[in-house]
Design a protein around this ligand. Structure first.
Ligand SMILES: Nc1ncnc2c1ncn2[C@@H]1O[C@H](COP(=O)(O)OP(=O)(O)OP(=O)(O)O)[C@@H](O)[C@H]1O
Length: 982
């Protein structure tokens, strides 16, 4: 080069004339840049990035000045302009001096989504701030300068003041092998300088970027803890600054996640014809953060596989928004097959240590490194505060809805179901469910806690509900673990409207109910196979909307099993049955139009599922994974597919409809299923479906008793083959709305012992038995029984409302009620009852209800002047009453009290309903020594005295006042009937 002058020291310098010329050009460029940068709008971001890069090159070219000349040649204006330029390149906290007062004042953001450059120090002798590009580049490798002597520089450098990165590393390596004794000590000191450079760069980048604009992950094999300065950010927003990993497994999982991010970004960019990550960011509906991977003390802890991943990232990361920050430890022996140059080569070298810093990006500039930013607490506070306030990317649910005119258009022959659950970049993210062409029968959904699984399921359910009418689509929505709030989809207090497609809602269902649902589906498949035979079809898609062979087309069924793995938990018959049913349904359901959505938080630790994973998941081509662990991502999506571990926010998901094949990953942003929007929508759909005429779904709630009003509204109390009323004992733990029953025959053995704790539970059971018996009699135009309520708990206010409501409803149904409350009156009434029966003076059918007979004083004592006790009279009532039309439903709190009052035989009544009661008593009463009874809330055990096994049921709750009023209206006889009864 003609205008270069070789200095005596061996430095290469330029003539002052050239330098001055360059300075002027630079000052002009800097001014333009400042003006440009101010007017940069978001959509011009990519163009601005290009301009910034050009300016960076300009800065680099002027910086070739040797140090003294820089100082001599720069006048105050130049310095000011250079400082301004640095502030544009490294805006906000990315470019402030470490001691700047603004660090403490908060609001460190640069005003841009992310800061590309960060300050590292000042140019020696000039005080001009030196900023280096980081985000948007491949990244830096930071080397300790003590390993690099001036000789090394001189040796390796013939035409530059600073050698290129490779030459430095070679120098370092050469030096490290024949190092003098004190080298190790100096290397140690410089290592901490290198760590500080990286730490401060990360701090600045995080502080200056917009919330969620950058995401940092760290591999720290020596557990230096340097990233601890951002610990307060990590503990609140792990997705912004992750907790460092220290071992090979941790590194593998981080690299797997980043590898997926990189490949998915490449895929999305190729699809959209984009070449820069920043363009993708501008177009995406999701949040795409710049990713920074910090690797400390490299090549320590990096094996050949990790090295290959790192190299791949270093080679391709720049275009995909992934940068590396690597500190190099020349004393570390690389693992076999690891050549550090392969990784460090593509990175930009920074040499740190002593009081100087050199950067490959600014050849020839000696930098006085900044000390650490002092008030890191304030930085963390500001980042956490801004991040907490920041809204995550959100897509409104209504944006995913099709035009209104297409709602509920019947499904065409050959078509399946489709729902848009969000967006993938600018296009709707569509989940398809179809029997063939290609077969996409079932969906697997997974996501770690709080990542938006419930939201996703609700978006899917409601999007389908909008597209397909309840005639075309029925839903069974079962939550096995109190996750999704399916309760809101059913009717509720003060809310008539519900999702008209819902047939069954399982809210916090248990395994018994879950398996009952599977059994029901299995029966449904059998029933459909018969219908299909008659229609002469093998697939629901062959049936036109109007049906075939005079038969209507069955509705498709969507079965959502949230936390389905609970079904398979355990080592008992129920779990084995669940696995068998799931396998079978997954295999054969598709042609019958039955689609399962299996959803879970984690699949780890369910041995039964691990064993059957292939046979179940092999039938589930559609996989949706929200952010989760690398392990779970691979279980859900497929071996080697850790894409879901690389997601950053709740609501982001990987949608894959090819059994999780990596090439078919699509990153989506799920729409926000806003509860109010969905509630309005349900009301609209309910009205459209016929409002009050739509049948109410069966709502099953593990911890809640059954609702008698709902059952009376949908089921007509019936009679058994002998014509005896079937009294309702509760609802079975099954899909059916048909209650478990006990026949009320006018023969010995009729009547029911209700035994166990809980006045309210017992009243609920008595209410169900009584009301159903009365209504069954009325339905058969038989004589309506009178009711005698022996109420030993009248003083207990907890059941007053329920008893009054029962009485009111019974009156409304045309039944008289005699309410006996004091203990003396109760015992006296038992005697008169017994006498009426003995004397055949019973005036028509009678129901005797006993509430709390254990509490009646003097039951076992003979009253004065009598030779028998009320208890023995009651025994007679129980024994001989049924033949005379007197049937008793009575509650005691413990079996041993029943025995005290009525003796061991108790042969007079054979039907039992057990509430909360010790297992021993239940076993002895039913004569089943192996029976298991757990006394769960809202469960009762019903034994009708005839069947071999008792039945688990959900008892009815006592009526509330308003339910009483509603039921009274419902059961009041029509005028004609009233006349007839009179
Ligand atoms: N796609 C989304 N857009 C906007 N907000 C969302 C999105 N997904 C979830 N959220 C919000 O994030 C929170 C957690 O979501 P959600 O309850 O769906 O998570 P989850 O994974 O089901 O949690 P958990 O496992 O605890 O039940 C909710 O407040 C929800 O509204």
């Amino acid at each position: 080069m003609s205008d270069q002058v070789g200095a005596a020291s061996g430095e290469v310098v330029e003539s002052p004339g050239t330098v001055e010329e360059r300075m002027r050009a630079l000052a002009g460029a800097a001014r333009r840049l400042v003006v440009d940068a101010r007017s940069v709008a978001m959509q011009e971001e990519s163009a601005a990035v290009a301009r910034l890069s050009a300016a960076k090159r300009a800065q680099a070219s002027v910086a070739v000045l040797p140090v003294q000349q820089q100082a001599n040649t720069l006048d105050a204006q130049d310095r000011r302009q250079l400082a301004e330029q640095a502030a544009v390149l490294a805006p906000g906290a990315a470019g402030w001096e470490p001691g700047d007062g603004r660090w403490r004042r908060g609001n460190l953001a640069a005003g841009a989504r992310w800061a590309g450059f960060v300050r590292v120090g000042t140019a020696a002798g000039t005080g001009v701030p030196v900023v280096l590009p980081l985000l948007g580049t491949t990244g830096w490798c930071v080397l300790p300068s003590s390993a690099v002597t001036e000789d090394d520089f001189a040796e390796v450098s013939t035409d530059q003041v600073l050698p290129d990165g490779r030459a430095v590393r070679e120098g370092v390596a050469a030096r490290a092998t024949d190092a003098p004794d004190d080298l190790a000590g100096r290397l140690g000191q410089d290592r901490s300088a290198c760590l500080t450079v990286v730490q401060q760069a990360v701090l600045r980048v995080v502080a200056a970027s917009e919330p969620f604009g950058v995401q940092v992950e760290t591999f720290d094999p020596q557990v230096t803890g340097v990233m601890g300065v951002l610990g307060a950010v990590t503990s609140r927003f792990g997705q912004v600054v992750s907790r460092p990993v220290h071992d090979a497994a941790g590194l593998r999982s981080v690299l797997a996640g980043l590898g997926e991010v990189s490949s998915m970004r490449a895929h999305r960019m190729a699809q959209a014809g984009l070449s820069k990550f920043e363009q993708l960011q501008a177009r995406s509906r999701s949040s795409d953060a710049h990713r920074v991977l910090v690797v400390l003390d490299y090549p320590r802890g990096v094996d050949q596989t990790a090295q290959a991943d790192l190299v791949r990232l270093a080679q391709s990361g720049q275009a995909r928004g992934i940068s590396l920050l690597v500190t190099f430890d020349p004393t570390a022996q690389p693992a076999p097959g690891v050549n550090p140059d392969d990784l460090l080569g593509p990175l930009s070298t920074v040499v740190a240590g002593g009081d100087e810093l050199w950067a490959e990006a600014l050849p020839g500039v000696s930098v006085v490194p900044d000390g650490p930013v002092v008030d890191t607490e304030a930085v963390c506070r500001d980042v956490v505060e801004r991040t907490s306030k920041a809204a995550l990317p959100t897509i409104g649910f209504t944006e995913t809805l099709p035009p209104r005119e297409t709602w509920w258009v019947p499904i065409e022959q050959g078509e399946g179901l489709e729902a848009a659950i969000g967006f993938t970049d600018a296009d709707p993210a569509v989940v398809r469910l179809r029997s063939g062409n290609p077969p996409l029968p079932h969906v697997l959904v997974a996501g770690a806690i709080g990542q938006g699984k419930s939201n996703l399921l609700l978006a899917l359910i409601h999007n389908l509900a909008v597209r397909y009418s309840p005639d075309d689509l029925e839903m069974y929505l079962i939550d096995m673990k109190h996750g999704v709030e399916f309760a809101r989809l059913g009717p509720g207090p003060g809310r008539k409207a519900f999702l008209p497609h819902a047939k069954v809602l399982g809210i916090h269902a248990d395994r018994t109910f879950g398996v009952a649902v599977l059994r029901h589906l299995n029966q449904e498949l059998v029933a459909r196979s018969q219908v299909f035979k008659q229609m002469d079809v093998t697939d629901i898609a062959q049936i036109p909307p109007g049906g075939l062979a005079g038969l209507p087309r069955p509705a498709r069924m969507l079965v959502v099993l949230d936390e389905f793995q609970v079904l398979l938990d355990g080592d008992d018959d129920l779990a084995t049955e669940a696995v068998g049913l799931l396998e079978r349904i997954a295999r054969i359901a598709r042609s019958y139009g039955v689609h399962m959505v299996l959803s879970t938080q984690t699949l780890d630790g369910t041995p039964k599922l691990t064993a059957k994973r292939d046979s179940i998941f092999g039938q589930v081509p559609v996989r949706i994974a929200l952010k989760t662990t690398s392990n779970d991502s691979q279980v859900v999506l497929g071996a080697g597919n850790s894409a879901a571990a690389g997601l950053q926010f709740r609501g982001q998901a990987i949608l894959n409809d090819n059994y999780g094949a990596t090439g078919d990953n699509r990153q989506i942003q799920v729409a926000h299923a806003d509860p109010d929007v969905l509630a309005d929508l349900r009301r609209e759909l309910w009205e459209r479906a016929g409002g009050e005429r739509v049948s109410v779904p069966r709502v099953f709630h593990l911890a809640e008793p059954a609702n008698l009003r709902t059952t009376v509204g949908s089921i007509e109390p019936g009679r058994d083959v002998t014509g005896a009323p079937n009294a309702w004992a509760g609802l079975p733990v099954a899909v059916t709305e048909q209650p478990a029953t006990i026949p009320v025959r006018h023969e010995p053995g009729a009547g029911v012992f209700i035994v166990g704790d809980g006045p309210a539970d017992a009243l609920g059971v008595i209410t169900g038995l009584t009301l159903s018996t009365v209504l069954a009699a009325r339905g058969a135009a038989a004589e309506i029984p009178k009711v005698v309520l022996l109420d030993a708990t009248a003083a207990d206010p907890a059941t007053t409302v329920g008893k009054r409501a029962l009485t009111d409803v019974l009156f409304a149904a045309g039944c008289s009620v005699e309410h006996v409350t004091s203990h003396e009156s109760i015992t006296a009434r038992i005697f008169t009852l017994r006498d009426q029966i003995r004397d055949r003076q019973v005036p028509g059918p009678l129901l005797v209800l006993g509430h709390g007979l254990h509490a009646v004083a003097g039951m076992t004592q003979n009253p004065e002047g009598l030779m028998e006790s009320p208890a023995s009279a009651l025994d007679d009532v129980l024994k001989h009453g049924p033949g005379a039309g007197v049937v008793t439903f009575a509650w005691w709190n413990r079996l041993h009290v029943v025995t005290e009052q009525l003796g061991f035989k108790r042969s007079s009544v054979s039907a039992y309903i057990f509430l909360k009661h010790p297992q021993d008593g239940v076993r002895s009463a039913l004569g089943q020594p192996l029976l298991r009874w757990a006394s769960d809330p809202a469960r009762c055990l019903v034994w009708d005295g005839i069947g071999v096994d008792p039945v688990l049921a959900v008892p009815f709750a006592p009526l509330t006042a308003s339910e009483g009023e509603q039921l009274a209206l419902q059961v009041r006889p029509t005028t004609g009937r009233t006349e007839a009864t009179r």
